[in-house]
Ligand binder design. Structure first.
Ligand code: BES
Ligand code: ZN
Ligand code: ZN
Length: 494
């Protein structure tokens, strides 16, 4: 998709379709064109009278400069904050454009209150136009040829371009992440994750290191080795390093769960919806492509991306319930349930974050069904040791339409992880599974390092279209991690 900014008055715009968004209190546009103004005024009145349920479509003479207008009002959708609603409208408008084969689309954003929302328009367009057609005979090429002109106000020429570029970089990273998560387990296994990481590193000047199974065993990364034992695809431990031009006192470690397929292992999962576990590397995928965006945007802090990746399969050689291993930090773990594998590989990821001298750690994982039960599919859980870091994540997410909700690390539940056989059991019983999983992870966080765990099991994938996302992977968490790195000190309140 071609996206450009223009500063022309409405009367001189040449497009197949003009998108206008109304709001009761904010002004997103001005128009010097009388006919266009008339249409918008009429739409405004109809919205005020609650006569419109979906959108207002107005067709002018087919040889008019702009033959069709599509007018939305934020009154149509009260479910989300304003920028999200804008993204939803832009995505919907582009689908409308596709239905009618309109390839030249303009969106009117030249009003006083439109400037902070330029990036929302770009994101709505790019995330909304995404479709997973890699495995289809018919490819969706329409949006490739579409030209979206954002009509901006020339009083703010300097900032608009940067906003467009930023939103494009992040949105493209999200879409690439969505493809990796949507792809089947037969095509995305640990070495493929490593190849993706190496590709990102090469293109964007990052340092990349990958540990293979022999080295992992030798160095005692036993969580990862144990989980990977049942698969023909051996595990990998991926590390990407980004350094800003100007030295920073912060080193943020992003640790992503990279289970490329989770059958449950010997504690095997039921068949229904098991296919969704092809996306059990969504946390790892978000970390890899967040690193890409962070490098392309030249963000101001040190960031280490760490992705332990394995396939969780049952096999004669697979780990069994009751097996005990010693994790990198010396604590022994009994594998009570082989399906609670994410936390086992994360013991290694968290340990490596300490080796890398992280000053702050965020882990992101499709970790528990319990989190989905607690918060549903619209929000991710956030739990951790540092209220400042938790709030920073929540605020960064809120600014980009990703909802994180804090769950409490209730201290007495730590006792649920006790076992007569080892230092820790890998599951904590039937209740509060999202919390006991986080309490398990806490045991492996390097001492005195602010840490937050993000459980994205709810929103990482949707079985129906959601907001501007088509059904399937969302890339959830990537936008938040990038925004956090961008304004790290401010979000932390430092
Ligand atoms: N990957 C799953 C969690 C999951 C479930 C993610 C649904 C996305 C959607 C994880 O490895 C798992 O199987 N967790 C178990 C833990 C249990 C055995 C304590 C679960 O949530 O059932
Ligand atoms: Zn599992
Ligand atoms: Zn899993």
């Amino acid at each position: 998709m071609k996206i450009s900014l223009t500063y022309k008055p409405v009367s001189t715009i040449d497009a197949d379709l003009l998108i206008v968004i109304l709001d009761e209190t904010k002004t997103f546009h001005v128009s010097d064109d009388k006919a266009v103004r008339g249409v918008i005024d009429r739409a405004r009145q109809l919205y005020a009278d609650k006569r419109i349920k979906r959108e207002y479509i107005y067709t002018l003479d087919q040889d008019a400069k702009i033959p069709t207008l599509l007018v939305y009002s934020t009154a149509l959708n009260r479910n989300y904050p304003l920028p999200e609603v804008l993204k939803i409208f832009v995505a919907r408008a582009l689908r409308f454009a596709k239905d009618y084969q309109y390839t030249r689309v303009a969106v009117l954003m030249n009003g006083a209150d439109a400037q902070p929302l330029l990036d929302a328009v770009v994101e709505g367009a790019l995330l909304g136009a995404y479709t997973f057609d890699k495995y289809r005979k018919e490819k969706n090429t329409f949006f490739h040829d579409l030209h979206l002109e954002i009509v901006d106000n020339d009083a703010r020429k300097a900032t608009g371009k940067a906003a467009l570029q930023r939103a494009r970089t992040v949105s493209e990273a999200v879409n690439e992440c969505r493809t990796l998560v949507n792809m089947p387990g037969s095509d995305v296994y640990p070495q493929v994750m490593a190849d993706v990481a190496e590709g990102i590193a090469k293109k964007n000047g990052l340092k990349c290191a990958v540990l293979h199974e022999k080295e992992l065993a030798k160095q005692g990364y036993n969580g990862l080795v144990g989980v990977g034992r049942g698969s023909i695809h051996p595990p990998r431990l991926i590390k990407l390093r980004y350094k800003p031009v100007k030295a920073s006192r912060y080193t943020l470690a992003l640790v992503g769960k990279g289970i490329t397929f989770d059958t449950g292992g010997i504690s095997i999962k039921p068949a229904e919806k098991m296919y969704e576990m092809k996306g059990d590397m969504a946390g790892g995928g978000a970390v890899l492509y967040a690193m890409q965006a962070i490098a392309q945007l030249k963000l101001p802090i040190n960031v280490v991306g760490i992705v332990p990746t394995a396939e969780n399969f049952p096999d004669a050689n697979a780990q069994r319930p009751g097996d005990i291993f010693v994790a990198k930090n010396g604590k022994s773990v009994m594998v009570d349930n082989t399906d609670a594998e994410g936390r086992l590989i994360l013991t290694d990821g968290l340990f490596l974050a300490g080796e890398e001298k992280a000053t702050h750690i965020i882990d992101i994982a499709t970790l528990t069904g319990a989190c989905v039960r607690a918060l549903g599919t619209g929000a991710a859980g956030a739990m951790g040791s540092s209220p400042a870091l938790i709030n920073a994540v929540i605020r960064a997410g809120a600014a980009h339409g990703e909802v994180f909700w804090e769950l409490p690390l209730i201290e007495e539940y730590r006792d649920l992880l006790r076992t007569p056989y080892a230092d820790l059991n890998n599951i904590g019983g039937s209740y509060a599974g999202a919390i006991t999983a986080a309490l398990f992870l806490r045991e492996f966080v390097p001492p005195d390092t602010p840490w937050v765990h993000l459980d994205i099991a709810g929103p990482f994938m949707r079985d129906k279209d959601w907001k501007y996302y088509e059904a399937g992977a969302t890339g959830f968490g990537l936008k938040t991690m990038v925004a956090l790195c961008e304004h790290f000190a401010e979000y932390l309140g430092e």
